[in-house]
Write a protein that binds this ligand. Structure first.
Ligand code: GLN
Length: 533
C-alpha cells in the first residue's frame, strides 16, 4: 500500500519546499523504494503554460506534454524519474473539472460546494496519480504559504485524506524559516510556532518540521520547536543554506530524516545507497577548473526562467570537474553588434535558449553570428535553433530578409513558419506541439556522435518550425540538417560540423538532463568550451 507524505510551507514563500520534497524523494530512491511527487498549485490558471516567465519562472514540459511548474524539474532531476500531467494540478484545473461535471448534470441536483465537491476532486487527483504509478511513497507538495486564502481547499483536502487513510499511512512535513537576529545573535522560533498553530487550526498536526536556517539550530531552540509544535525532537530537521541544492539530500540523511519518516509510516528501514550521490556532491564542491558560459535571452533578470538550462549546464560541468559560471546577457543589449562582441568576449560558450515574441531577436541573431564567425561553442534551444536558421539564411545562404513568421507577418523569405497543424489552432492554452517526439539523427553527425545513437526522443514546446521549402537552399550553403522527425517533415537539429561545437535543436534537451547523467548536447557544449579555454 502506498504511503503519503504531504509537504506544506509556512512563514515565507520561496523556502525551497520543492527541493526538500525532491530530496526526500531521492532518499527513498536510494533505498530502492519507488516514489512519485505531485505538486498542487493554488492559482486559477489551468497550467503555467500561459504565464509570463517573469510571473512563474520556467514552464517545465513532461514526456506526456504537460506544461508544468518548475518544481517538476527538480522532482525529475532528484529522483531520476519521468513524471507527467497527473503530477501537477492547479486550482484552475480542479474548478474546471467540477464545473464541467456540474454542467453535465453529474451532481444530480446538489448544491456544488468547496466542501465536498472541490475537496473530493482534489482527493481524486491524488488517487489518480497513485493508481497510475503505484509507488511505495507518494509525496504531495502544496504550493503557497500556510495562511493563504487560495490554498485552503487543498489543505482541507489533505486533512480529510489523512484522516480517511488512517494513522500510519500518511504524514505531514511542514517547512518553515528560522529568522536570525544579528543584534541578539539568535535564531527565532516564534514564526514557526505560529505557522504550526495556523496549520493546526485547519486540523493538521505536522509530524515533521523542516526548518530553513542560515545558522546551525542550537539544542535549546530545537527542543523549544519540538515542545511547542508537538513533534518528536528527532523530527525537527535543520535545512541550512547550501552551496548546491544537490547537497540537501545528504544533509537530510545526516539527520536521519528518512529513517524517522520510515519509522512513523511503519516501513522497513533500509540502508541507503548514496555513494554515487556523495561522489556527485564531492565533485560539485571540489571543481578542478571553471568555465564561463553565456545565456543570451530576454528573461535574464529572473534566472528561474531558465532553471533547467542552468542546471543542465552545471550537470555537464560536474562530469568534467568544472564549475560553470553563468554570464547572463540580455539579448536586447546585443542589438548593437559592437556591444554584442564585447559582451561575448570573455565567455567560452554561449546558449541561446527558447522564447517567444520578437523582442530581442535581432540581438540573438547577432550572438549567433558572432559564435559562428568566431568558432565560439554554441547551443541553440528551440527559438535558439530557429534563430540559427534565420541567421544562416540571411548571412550565408544569401536569403537577405529571411525571418520567422512569428516576428514578421510577411518576410521576404519565411524560413521559419507556423506548423501546418497549428494553422487552425485557436487559443493559447495547451495548444503548442508539446511533449516527447522521436527524432532521427544523421549517421556520423555531431549530434549522433554525441548521443551515441541515431534514434532519440526529446520534449517539445513550439508552434513554429523550419519551412521545408528553404531546407535545400540553406543546406547547400553548408548548414547541416542532422536531425529530422521520423517522417522527414520536421527539422529537429541543425549543426555546423566544421566548428568546434555549433548545434541547435527544435526540442528542449534541458528537460532531460540529470545531475549525474548530463545531457549529451550540453556535455558537448561544455567539453568544447573547456577545450577552447
Ligand atoms: N516561439 C517559438 C515557437 O513557438 C519557439 C518556442 C520555444 O522556444 N519554446 O515555435
Amino acid at each position: 500500500m502506498t504511503k503519503y507524505i504531504f509537504v506544506t510551507g509556512g512563514v515565507v514563500s520561496s523556502l525551497g519546499k520543492g527541493i526538500i520534497a525532491a530530496s526526500l524523494g531521492r532518499l527513498f530512491r536510494s533505498r530502492d523504494y519507488s516514489v512519485i511527487i505531485q505538486k498542487f498549485d493554488p492559482y486559477i490558471n489551468i497550467d503555467p503554460g500561459t504565464m509570463s516567465p517573469f510571473q512563474h519562472g520556467e514552464v517545465f514540459v513532461t514526456d506526456d506534454g504537460a506544461e508544468t511548474d518548475l518544481d517538476l524539474g527538480h522532482y525529475e532531476r532528484f529522483t531520476d524519474t519521468s513524471f507527467g500531467q497527473v503530477n501537477n494540478v492547479t486550482s484552475g484545473r480542479i474548478y474546471q473539472e467540477v464545473i464541467n461535471k456540474e454542467r453535465r448534470g453529474d451532481y444530480l441536483g446538489a448544491t456544488v460546494q468547496v466542501i465536498p465537491h472541490i475537496t473530493n476532486e482534489i482527493k481524486s487527483k491524488i488517487v489518480a496519480a497513485t493508481k497510475q504509478f503505484k509507488p511505495d511513497f507518494h509525496i504531495i507538495e502544496i504550493g503557497g504559504t500556510i495562511g493563504d486564502i487560495e490554498s485552503l481547499p487543498f489543505i482541507e483536502a489533505i486533512r480529510q485524506f489523512k484522516s480517511e487513510i488512517g494513522i500510519g499511512n500518511a504524514l505531514s512535513v511542514h517547512c518553515t524559516l528560522l529568522p536570525y537576529l544579528p543584534t541578539s545573535g539568535e535564531l527565532k522560533t516564534k514564526p514557526s510556532q505560529h505557522s504550526v498553530n495556523v496549520l493546526r487550526s485547519y486540523g493538521i498536526q505536522p509530524e515533521i518540521l523542516v526548518c530553513r536556517t542560515s545558522k546551525p539550530i542550537p539544542k535549546t531552540e530545537r527542543e523549544k520547536l519540538a515542545l511547542f509544535c508537538s513533534v518528536p525532537k528527532d523530527a525537527v530537521i535543520e535545512c541550512r543554506d547550501m552551496k548546491s541544492i544537490y547537497e540537501v539530500p545528504l544533509a537530510l540523511e545526516a539527520q536521519g530524516m528518512c529513517n524517522v519518516v520510515l519509522k512513523m509510516l511503519g516501513m522497513e528501514e533500509r540502508t541507503p545507497k548514496l555513494e554515487s550521490w556523495e561522489n556527485l556532491v564531492s565533485k560539485i564542491k571540489n571543481p578542478k577548473t571553471s568555465v564561463k558560459v553565456a545565456i543570451a535571452g530576454k528573461y535574464t533578470k529572473l534566472s528561474d526562467a531558465y532553471i533547467s538550462v542552468v542546471e543542465s549546464l552545471k550537470h555537464a560541468g560536474y562530469a568534467d570537474d568544472a564549475a560553470v559560471e553563468i554570464k547572463w546577457i540580455n539579448s536586447e543589449e546585443c542589438m548593437d553588434y559592437a556591444n554584442c562582441k564585447k559582451l561575448l568576449s570573455d565567455v567560452s560558450a554561449v546558449v541561446v535558449p527558447g522564447g517567444f515574441g520578437v523582442r530581442g531577436i535581432e540581438g540573438k541573431l547577432n550572438v549567433i553570428r558572432y559564435a559562428r564567425e568566431n568558432n565560439l561553442p554554441f547551443l541553440g534551444l528551440c527559438l535558439g535553433m530557429q534563430c540559427a536558421v534565420i541567421e544562416y539564411a540571411r548571412n550565408v545562404a544569401g536569403l537577405k530578409g529571411a525571418n520567422s513568421k512569428e516576428f514578421d507577418e510577411n518576410p521576404t523569405y519565411p524560413v521559419i513558419d507556423l506548423m501546418l497543424e497549428q494553422k487552425n489552432v485557436k487559443g493559447y492554452g495547451g495548444t503548442m506541439r508539446l511533449g516527447a517526439y522521436e527524432c532521427h539523427l544523421k549517421k556520423g553527425s555531431v549530434a549522433a556522435k554525441a548521443y551515441g545513437k541515431e534514434v532519440i526522443s526529446e520534449r517539445h514546446r513550439h508552434r513554429y518550425e523550419v519551412n521545408n521549402e528553404y531546407i535545400d537552399k540553406i543546406s547547400d550553403a553548408g548548414l547541416v540538417f542532422s536531425g529530422m522527425s521520423p517522417d522527414g517533415m520536421l527539422a529537429e537539429v541543425v549543426e555546423l560540423p566544421n566548428l568546434d561545437w555549433f548545434v541547435a535543436c527544435q526540442f528542449h534537451p534541458e528537460f532531460k538532463s540529470r545531475p549525474d547523467k548530463p545531457h549529451p548536447l550540453f556535455k558537448g557544449l561544455i567539453d568544447a568550451a573547456l577545450r577552447r579555454k
